[in-house]
Design a protein. Structure first.
Lengths: 342, 342
C-alpha cells in the first residue's frame, strides 16, 4: 500500500513523500495514524543534534494516536478498528536492567521513531507489545497527548506524591505543565516556576499558582506558603543550573526531587543539602505500562486540559512549517500533526 | 562532685581540668563515662573549623559508653548502674521536620557534645530520652563504637540493601569502613574503594575486596564483577569530586546511592545518569532510635570487628596527644579516650 510519510533529511528539513507501508510481520500490528505530536526530542532531530543516531532518511514521531489497520500473525487480544496508542519502547530483554525488572530503561533500548521509523506516516507498523487500547469515545487529537502524559505519570508515580503534599515544578514547558497537571490530579498543591512569561500565562490559565524566579525569590515564596517546611516533592524539568540550584533550595526535609530533565552538561549541586535534610533525588525516564494506563485514564477524565495544551494542529503536508513555527513560537505548547484521516 | 573534664580552648588545644559535675535535673540522667571515641567532627573542632559553633570552652565528645550514675526526677525505666550509650540528639519537636516524623534532623537540632558540653568528662548529664541501655556483658570499649556504627546502620537502612546485592563503598575512613561492615552484615557483596594504601590494608585485613581507583579503573572492575550490571547500592563517603564522579559511574540501573559524606563544596554531578538509569540519591544524616538498637546488636554479635577498628586507646590526661597523633597517623582508624574507670 502506498502512503504518505515525512522523512527527516538533515539540515532542518522534512520532506513528505509517497512510500510503501510496511506490512506487519509476525507479532506486529499496522496502525493507521491519526495524530502525532512534536516532541522536544523531535525538535532536537530537526536541529541536527541527533543526526548520528537517526541518519538522514528517518521518519520520526512517537506521540501518536491511531486505529488498528492490520494484525500480523500470532497477535492475540487486539482487533482491527480499535483506537490505540503506541508505547514506543522496544527493550533488550536479555540485559541486566531488563532482568532486574526495568525493561523500559534496558541497556540497549530501541526507541521507536528515533532508532526505527516512527509515526509521521499514514501507516505505522510496530510490535504488538507496544499497543495500548483506548476507550471507544476518546478523541484522537487528545489521545496524541497520552505519550507525554505517561511521562508525567511516571514522574509523579516515582515521586510517591501523597494527596495534600506541597509540590514545586521547575520549568513550564510541555512536560513541566503535564507534570503539574498530573501532580494536581494526584492531590498535590502545585506551584510552577518558569521564567518565560508566555508559558507562565498558560500555566495561570490552567489554574496554577506560578512564580517567575527571575522576579521573585522562589525559596522565600515556597517557605511562606508552607510555614517554613518547604516542598515535599520537586520536579526538575528545566534542565538548567538555576533549576538544579532551586530544587535543593525549595525542598522540605526528606523531600523527593524527581530528575525529569535531561542534563547534557554536568551542573554543580548542593550535595550538602541532601545530607543535611535527607533529601532524595529520583531519576525518572520514559514510562512503564501502568503509566500508560494511568495517562489514558487522566486524558479521558479531563485531569489534563488537552484543549489548552494542544496549541496547534497542522496537516502532514505542512510538517516543515509546523516544526519551524514551533521552534520560533514563545506561546506554543504542544503542536500536533494530523497525519491522516482516521 | 568534682570531676576531670577536657576543655577545647581553641588553637588546637585541649586542657584537662577539674570541674563540678552537672547534677541531673528533671528528666535528665548523669552518666559515668567509660570511653569516648574521637569523631571526625571532633577533629574539625581541633582544627579550629568550628570555633563559631563551639566556642573556646567546650567539652566535646559524643561517641561514648558509660554507666548510669544518678537519675533526675521523673525518669522512668532506667536504673543506676546500667551500662548505656547516649544518642546525642536534642531535637526541636515543634519544627516542621519533627512534626513530619524526622526529629533526628529537626531544623534546630542540638547536637550534644558540640552545641552543649559532651562526653570527654567523667560525668556527663544528658536528657533521659537520649539513653539506650546496653546488654550487661558488652565491653565498654566496644560500646564506644555504637554511635558511629549507628551512623552506618542508618545509611544501610536508608539504602534498602537486600541480601546478595552488589555494594560499593567509596571512601575507607572510619565511617566508610563501618558502612562496609554493616552492609556486609546485611548480606551485601561489598567492594571498598579508597586511595590511601594504609586504609586499604586495614580494609583487606577486615576481609573486604578493595580497589584503589588511582591505580585501577573502578568502573571496569565493578562491571566485570557484576556481569555489566553495576552496583545496586553505592555509599559516597569520600566527600570528594572523584567520589561523586565514581558514584554514578559504578551504579546499576535503579541503583540507590547514599550520600553519607559532607560536601562543603558544591561538586559537579552527572545528572544525566540519574535520568538515564533512573538512579536514586538518598541523603542520610545521623540516626534514628532503631539505628542505635541495630548498632548495639551488631557490635554485640561481632558484625563489626571492634578490635580492628579501635586502633588506639589513651587516658583522658593524654587527650591532647591523642588528637595530635590521630591527626598525623596514616594508619589510625578509631582512637578512643578512656575517660574514667567504670
Amino acid at each position: 500500500m502506498t502512503i504518505n510519510a515525512a522523512f527527516y533529511r538533515g539540515n532542518k528539513t522534512f520532506v513528505v513523500e509517497k512510500t510503501e507501508a510496511q506490512a506487519p510481520g509476525a507479532g506486529e500490528v499496522a496502525v493507521r495514524v491519526a495524530y502525532c505530536g512534536i516532541c522536544g526530542t523531535d525538535m532536537h532531530v530537526f536541529h541536527g543534534n541527533m543526526d548520528a543516531r537517526v541518519g538522514h532518511n528517518r521518519i520520526v514521531g512517537h506521540e501518536m494516536s491511531g486505529v488498528i489497520e492490520t494484525l500480523g500473525d500470532g497477535v492475540d487480544g487486539l482487533k482491527v478498528g480499535q483506537k490505540v496508542v503506541v508505547r514506543p519502547l522496544d527493550p533488550d530483554l536479555e540485559c541486566p536492567a531488563s532482568k532486574a525488572g526495568y525493561p523500559h530503561i534496558s541497556h540497549n533500548l530501541k526507541f521507536l521513531g528515533l532508532d526505527t521509523d516512527g509515526a509521521m506516516q499514514e501507516i505505522w507498523t510496530v510490535p504488538a507489545h507496544t499497543i495500548h487500547v483506548l476507550p471507544d469515545d476518546m478523541r484522537m487529537d487528545h489521545a496524541a497527548l497520552i505519550e507525554p502524559v505517561a511521562v508525567a505519570c511516571h514522574d509523579v508515580r516515582l515521586s510517591e506524591l501523597q494527596p495534600g503534599e506541597d509540590v514545586v515544578v521547575i520549568g513550564g514547558g510541555p512536560i513541566g505543565i503535564l507534570c503539574a497537571m498530573v501532580a494536581r490530579d494526584a492531590g498535590g498543591n502545585v506551584v510552577l516556576s518558569e521564567v518565560n512569561e508566555a508559558r507562565l500565562a498558560i500555566a495561570e490559565k490552567l489554574g496554577f499558582d506560578t512564580v517567575n524566579p527571575a522576579k521573585e525569590d522562589l525559596k522565600a515564596v515556597i517557605e511562606a506558603r508552607t510555614g517554613g517546611k518547604g516542598a515535599d516533592v520537586v520536579f526538575e524539568v528545566s534542565g538548567s543550573q538555576p533549576g538544579v540550584d532551586a530544587m535543593t533550595a525549595v525542598a522540605a526535609t526528606r523531600a523527593r526531587i524527581v530528575m525529569v530533565a535531561i542534563h547534557a552538561q554536568k551542573p554543580t549541586i548542593d550535595l550538602f543539602q541532601f545530607f543535611w535534610r535527607e533529601l532524595k533525588l529520583i531519576g525518572a525516564r520514559v514510562y512503564e505500562p501502568e503509566d500508560y494506563e494511568k495517562a489514558i485514564e487522566i486524558v479521558k477524565n479531563g485531569g489534563v486540559d488537552a484543549d489548552t495544551v494542544i496549541t496547534d494542529v497542522s496537516p502532514l503536508a505542512d510538517i516543515q512549517k509546523a516544526f519551524e513555527e514551533l521552534d520560533s513560537s514563545p506561546t506554543a505548547l504542544k503542536s500536533l500533526i494530523k497525519v491522516g484521516d482516521v
